[in-house]
Design a protein around this ligand. Structure first.
Ligand code: GUN
Length: 291
């Protein structure tokens, strides 16, 4: 392996320390304890693990955590009523409704009901627009985490060719906006892109966010490029025993690590950054709400 590893787990730990210092300053100087409300509807096991991790880390950095666990058959009206109650609660500076919500609830209605001032996911149209024109406010958590890792590794990103693979509202599109703000030349590739390998061979920065295990091969990577792998895919691992699985990214890691200059592992790369950035966004909204 020639690439250096980008250790997102260690970076996220350092970021949480800096957030904890910021929280204690907000508390000492302004009497504010940032509060994050997390709402989960139903009992999807993966969502429950995410929500527990979010609540645990919120408390660890000195913020207040408000966890609302609602049954699967909660009506849309009841969920929207809870969101409105949290909008009005002065102890709550950030609101996150864990997605996906059950099928009988319209996720767009939920997002539209969240007060943009407390939208720590950066899902509301108002905050998406603010990111686009560079106004202060929360920034989509996973793209923000990717950007922090890139800046830490490369310093200035100005003039670099960045290719983002995937055009989701959650990752691809906001990532493109953030990299444009860094003066990268940005290309967003997707399932209809012609000759993706040729496009990627021009990329100084690759951000892979397609959700297809090990789709991006080593010989598609430009020598020395920085590769950020957002994918988290569980695949069968019969070599570990019957019925066993393992996590892989969207990039064929072993191959790409022979060519790239730096690369994020899966797990331990981008994943740990997402919750840390959620906490950072809660500090941002608490500071903005309190002027
Ligand atoms: N489900 C999976 N990831 C996320 C996220 O970042 N935010 C919310 N609200 N739900 C999710």
């Amino acid at each position: 392996m020639t690439a250096s590893l980008i250790d997102g787990k260690a970076f996220a730990e350092g970021l949480r320390h800096r957030i904890a210092e910021h929280v204690s300053r907000l508390n000492a100087e302004h009497g504010i304890t940032p509060g994050l409300a997390v709402v989960i509807v139903g009992s999807d096991p993966a969502s429950q693990v995410y929500v527990s991790n979010k609540s645990k880390q919120t408390v660890e950095v000195g913020m207040a955590s408000f966890k609302h666990e609602l049954p699967e058959d909660t009506s849309e009206a009841d969920l929207l009523a809870l969101v409105r109650q949290l909008n009005a609660d002065p102890a709550v500076h950030g609101i996150l409704v864990q997605m996906p919500v059950p099928k009988h609830i319209d996720p767009d209605k939920v997002i539209e009901t969240i007060d943009p001032a407390k939208d720590v996911d950066c899902f509301t149209p108002a905050n998406v627009g603010k990111v686009q024109i560079g106004l202060p406010g929360p920034v989509s958590c996973t793209p923000l985490g990717c950007l922090m890792l890139l800046r830490d590794r490369l310093g200035s990103l100005s003039g670099l060719n960045a290719v983002i693979v995937g055009r989701s509202n959650l990752v691809g599109k906001p990532m493109a906006q953030l990299l444009l703000r860094e003066n990268c030349t940005v290309t967003v590739a997707h399932s209809r892109t012609r000759d993706l390998p040729a496009l990627l061979r021009q990329a100084d920065i690759v951000v892979a966010a397609v959700g297809r295990p090990e789709m991006i091969r080593g010989d598609w990577i430009k020598p020395g490029a920085t590769v950020i792998d957002v994918g988290i895919n569980r695949i069968p691992a019969p070599e570990r025993g019957e019925g066993k699985t393992r996590l892989v990214g969207d990039v064929a890691f072993a191959e790409a690590a022979e060519v790239a200059g730096a690369i994020t592992p899966v797990p331990g790369g981008v994943g740990p950054m997402t919750i840390a950035c959620l906490l950072a966004n809660t500090v941002t909204t608490a500071s903005l709400i309190n002027g």
